[in-house]
Design a protein around this ligand. Structure first.
Ligand SMILES: [Zn+2]
Length: 163
């Protein structure tokens, strides 16, 4: 059994369409095992699975679990608000369920968006305070090799030995 470029292309396409390995195997006329093996070798396993997503929602982190959460444990619906000093061992992320459509839990949303607004207004002030840079009065001339110098640098012509 060989994997031709064509079959690999088809495999990729079907996999991205969300077909199961069994369906792909049937379409390509290969065994399910070879499809699974190829998918692993091609590193295609990161397809977002709808089943996984459901599991995440069911496994909503409790407060105690959240305490020990590192960044890697965070789920897409976990609050990523950092708590503590990143250099300290007890540094962790909030990990509570986020407010709908927000990256943080309701509590941290308040903090985040307040400080964001403050930051934005600070930036505005700075932008207003900074005067536009004056236009350059004279464009700096590109350094041009002085003719005399260039000649001097060139290797001296060999004396001709014409007779
Ligand atoms: Zn939070």
């Amino acid at each position: 059994m060989t994997w031709t470029d064509d079959k690999i292309k088809q495999l990729k396409k079907l996999w991205q369409k969300g077909r199961t390995t069994a369906q792909i195997a049937r379409e390509l006329g290969l065994s399910k095992n070879s499809i699974i093996g190829k998918i692993h070798r091609m590193d295609l396993t990161s397809r977002p699975s709808p089943i996984k997503k459901k599991a995440v929602i069911v496994k909503a982190a409790t407060k105690t679990q959240a305490r020990q959460m590192g960044l890697l444990d965070l789920k897409s619906n976990s609050c990523r608000w950092p708590i503590g000093d990143p250099d300290e061992p007890d540094f962790h992320f909030c990990g509570q369920q986020v407010a709908t459509g927000k990256p943080y839990c309701p509590e941290h949303c308040k903090i985040a968006y307040t400080s964001l607004k403050e930051l934005a207004s600070q930036k505005n002030k700075e932008a207003k305070a900074a005067l536009p840079a004056p236009p350059p009065t004279a464009a700096p001339k590109a350094p041009q090799p002085a003719k005399g110098k260039a000649k001097a640098a060139a290797p001296a012509p060999k004396p001709s030995r014409k007779r």
